[in-house]
Design a protein around this ligand. Structure first.
Ligand SMILES: [Zn+2]
Ligand SMILES: [Zn+2]
Length: 345
């Protein structure tokens, strides 16, 4: 028997409980309304998430993509963690949602992760109500998830850490790399290298329109643009927007060609673990054991398409459109992407 109507709580910030609610909510949860009705008890124990029934009437919201959370970042950087440097690390508090959904309700079979069966360790986390990855649909690890690959014209494809190291090397060398992240391909190049930026501008047929710049963290952003606390908070928010801000008066390593004749610069922080790893080379086993790849400090990141065309999300399409064989010798872009099995677009 229904005993009351609903109370609207629209407009509450994520993670904020409605007034009077004693519960601590997950960081990404948004309470849009509260309603209650009296039901006959089922006399069952425990807590379960029932299997979704396809085709039922009702409205289900498509959740947005969310940048890597602090807990996942800590694991990404912890050599003792089994997801150390896993480019697709996610949990219930972060990761892709909107761009991997193929149908509703939002369950793993209705995502591009459907073709990646969970390993035993991931399945245990997925099924444990006390775990941060309980029912996290994109959950994966080095053993069961998609693998990173780098495809470079005329060379054998590289996998995993080798792919990432080579991508960083190419970027540091002034090359353009197509990165398949959340939502499709982006073209990236070193934002401190005027030749690389100009080459990307020509490749994109972009005229002198400004590019946005990806920076590793807030400290790096403060060094490049003037950010007040509100702008910094927006920049670091889980939606990872591009924030337009005045260029730093002290000057920055980001070259003028990124946004010609503009006193402002569009900046963003890494939207995924893969983007974090582009700035974080794998530590050498011992100090001085082999040459260290130069550090990348700022990358131009622009949609993987030519002017007026849609962004490339399909691997074969990206190879055709973003790495055309007809380019000048020595000017062929290499491509970094999660393998054709990637779920993240
Ligand atoms: Zn997370
Ligand atoms: Zn796994």
């Amino acid at each position: 028997m229904k005993v009351s109507s609903s109370v609207s709580n629209a407009g509450l910030l994520p993670g904020t409980p409605p007034k009077g609610c004693p519960l601590k909510l997950p960081p990404l949860s948004v309470v849009q309304s509260v309603s209650w009705e009296r039901l006959e008890p089922l006399l069952e124990n425990g807590f379960t998430i029932a299997t979704s029934v396809a085709g039922r009437p009702g409205r289900t919201l498509v959740p947005p993509d969310v940048a890597t959370c602090d807990a996942c970042l800590a694991q990404l950087r912890d050599p003792a963690d089994r997801r150390y440097r896993h480019p697709f690390i996610t949990c219930t508090n972060c990761g892709p949602r909107y761009t991997i959904i193929t149908g509703l309700p939002y369950d793993r079979p209705s995502t591009t992760m459907a073709s990646f069966p969970l390993c035993v360790a991931c399945a245990a986390e997925y099924d444990d109500p006390a775990d941060r990855r309980f029912h996290a649909q994109p959950v994966a690890c080095h053993d069961c998830g998609p693998t990173l690959a780098l495809v470079e014209p005329g060379a054998e494809p590289l996998q995993r850490g080798a792919a990432l190291a080579r991508a960083r090397e190419l970027l540091a060398g002034g090359r353009i790399v197509a990165v398949k992240g959340i939502g499709g391909y982006h073209l990236a190049c070193d934002a401190t290298n005027p030749v690389a930026v100009q080459r990307l501008r020509e490749r994109k047929q972009r005229g002198d329109k400004p590019f946005a710049v990806l920076l590793p963290d807030l400290d790096a952003a403060h060094a490049v643009v003037e950010l007040d606390p509100a702008a910094a908070a927006v920049l670091a928010s889980p939606a990872r927007p591009i924030v337009l801000a005045p260029r730093s008066a002290a000057g920055s390593p980001v070259v003028e060609a990124v946004a010609p004749r503009s006193g402002q610069l569009g900046v963003m922080l890494p939207p995924s673990a893969l983007h974090h790893l582009l700035f974080e080379p794998e530590p050498r086993p011992e100090p001085g054991s082999g040459p260290q790849c130069p550090l990348l400090t700022a990358l131009v990141l622009t949609s993987g398409n030519l002017a007026g065309e849609p962004i490339a999300t399909d691997d074969a399409d990206a190879l055709t459109r973003l790495a055309p064989n007809g380019q000048r010798a020595g000017d062929s872009p290499s491509r970094q992407r999660a393998s054709s099995r990637t779920p993240f677009s």
